[in-house]
Design a protein around this ligand. Structure first.
Ligand code: NAD
Length: 501
């Protein structure tokens, strides 16, 4: 993570008063209001105040953007240019995002409340790296020839899909969008980003940078708006070839229906999680594991699809371990997101605040015990802050162990042995990520193999990187983001057969 100077706190506060927000849709190379003229309030979770009013796009705007995307795609102004040329433009795009990282980080922090240390040190640099990674890869991707009879040639080539809609959530607004538009653009598609209504500002601003970099009109568009309107219209559109979705499992399933009821478009889904973090008694460093357990659940106020929300602790070390995690939880007491020393900010909006506080009540009602936190914080600011909260004596059948809370709430569950740990870990509809801690390499491999999850961390809670695939088993999703494997979903295979005479 890139460190930012602590003295920046005052600078950031000063910059807030000087921002002029881009708040319209970016369609066919221009900023425009929604056709209906409708807007929605963009509220900062830092203090509950309105930052700006953003265009609320609907079906008519979606139709316009899809038509522009189709025109640009079919004209070949992007899909048919040499990969090397796309690389050059995308590298310029990455550089421009990098040049504007302070501004973009500030927008991200104001819009969804994540600490500036994260948006400036991790999220925005991550987007720069993602775009550059796919730009650099695209002129190194070779097609295939099948091993057939010498009097024939079978070419297997990858072609872009066409019009790709990226419908993304608010927890890592620009990062999640970048995981989609990076590989989709590099592969030659036209992309329409539909940011979450809670966090549209960075995607809108980045559209301008894409145009400045030389991405042709219609190839990169941004449609802010609500899920049920703009999101659904994209999902049901007969001329959208693919939806790349990140969000809840519930809405992910809707996109499968939309595709089935429209044009059978490709759908990739990165959905929810309820990740187990298994701590065996033979863990090498109990203290380090406790620190990582706290970070694994409280990072980004727990609004992380991979958040290690179920802490499975072997009975022998249970009390000692929970006590240590509770000590580390104090490092995550919420603070002002504009202060670079703050580790945890608010949750994204008042609805999320109510949802998380309700789950805390549900947990107590189910008989779990609060070992730390459990209350709102910083109410005087008008923002939506919650204390890092730990439940002990949780049974895996309880709602707080089965349902995605998406807030700073940890459920700790005891287990006896390896077999029971794996059973509890896998007893969930999700399968996004799992972690385990042990010094026994045989146990580590055996348990890792038995865990039904797209990512397994051993002696860590986060091993993610743009170089490795990311996605879920079971109802955590379909398909993979990140790494070169991401190209698989933004392209389709063509077999061209040639008979030689
Ligand atoms: P969400 O499912 O409510 O919304 C995601 C996107 O879908 C938003 O852009 C939203 O406007 C849109 N949408 C909402 N309702 C829609 C509808 N009826 N039709 C079409 N589109 C609709 O999710 P969220 O609350 O924004 O984000 C939190 C969720 O995202 C969590 O479940 C989290 O686990 C998941 N997530 C998953 C990953 C991953 O990679 N697996 C990463 C981040 C977040």
């Amino acid at each position: 993570m890139e460190a930012i100077p602590v003295s920046a706190a005052e600078d950031y506060r000063k910059q807030v008063s000087q921002i002029s927000y881009r708040n319209q849709a970016f369609i066919d190379g221009s900023f425009v209001g929604a056709a209906s003229g409708a807007t929605f309030d963009c509220i900062s979770p830092i203090d509950g105040k309105v930052l700006t009013r953003v265009a609320a796009c609907d079906k008519e705007d979606v139709d316009r953007a899809v038509a522009a995307a189709r025109r640009a795609f079919d004209a070949g102004v992007w899909s048919d240019i040499a990969p090397r040329k796309r690389k050059k433009i995308l590298l310029k795009f990455a550089t421009l995002i990098d040049d504007h990282k302070d501004e973009l980080a500030l927008l991200e922090t104001l819009d969804m409340g994540k600490p500036i240390a994260e948006s400036r040190g991790s999220d925005i640099p991550g987007v720069v790296n993602t775009v550059a990674f796919y730009a650099e890869a695209i002129d190194k991707m070779y097609d295939e020839m099948a091993p057939r009879r010498p009097d024939s040639i079978s070419l297997i080539t990858r072609e872009p899909l066409g019009v790709v809609a990226a419908v993304v959530p608010w927890n890592f607004p620009l990062s999640m969008a970048g995981w989609k538009f990076g590989p989709a653009l590099a592969a030659g598609n036209a992309v329409i980003v539909k940011p979450a209504e809670q966090s549209p500002l960075t995607a809108i601003r980045v559209a301008e940078l894409a145009a400045e970099a030389g991405i042709p009109d219609g190839i990169f568009q941004v449609l802010p708006g609500f899920g049920e309107t703009a999101g659904q219209a994209l999902g049901r559109h007969m001329d959208v070839d693919m939806v790349a979705f990140t969000g809840s499992t519930e809405i992910g399933k809707l996109f499968l229906s939309y595709a089935g009821e429209s044009n059978m478009k490709h759908v990739s889904l990165e959905c929810g999680g309820k990740s187990p973090n298994i701590v065996f008694a033979d863990v090498a460093d109990l203290d380090f594991a406790a620190k990582a357990a706290a970070e694994g659940v409280f990072y980004n106020s727990g609004q992380v699809c991979t958040a290690a929300t179920r802490l499975l602790v072997q009975e022998d070390v249970q009390d000692q371990f929970i006590q240590k995690v509770a000590e580390y939880a104090r490092d995550w007491m919420p603070g002002d997101p504009l202060d670079p020393k703050t580790a945890m900010g608010p949750v994204v909006d008042s609805a999320q605040l109510d949802r998380v506080m309700n789950y805390i009540q549900v947990g107590s009602g189910e008989g779990a015990k609060i070992a730390a936190g459990g209350k709102r914080a910083r109410e005087e600011t008008g923002g939506y802050y919650i204390e890092p909260t730990i439940f002990s004596s949780v049974d895996n059948g309880m709602r707080i162990a089965q349902e995605e809370i998406f807030g700073p709430v940890l459920s700790t569950i005891p287990f006896r042995d390896e077999e029971e740990a794996v059973k509890i870990a896998n007893e969930t509809i999700y399968g996004l990520q799992a972690s385990l801690w042990t010094r026994d390499i045989n146990k580590a491999h055996k348990v890792a193999r038995a865990l039904k999850a797209g990512t397994v961390n051993i002696n860590a809670t986060d091993g993610g990187d743009i170089t490795v695939p990311f996605g879920g088993y079971k109802q955590s999703g379909i398909g993979r983001d990140k790494s070169l494997h991401a190209f698989e979903k933004y392209t389709q295979l063509k077999h061209t057969f040639i008979q030689l005479y």
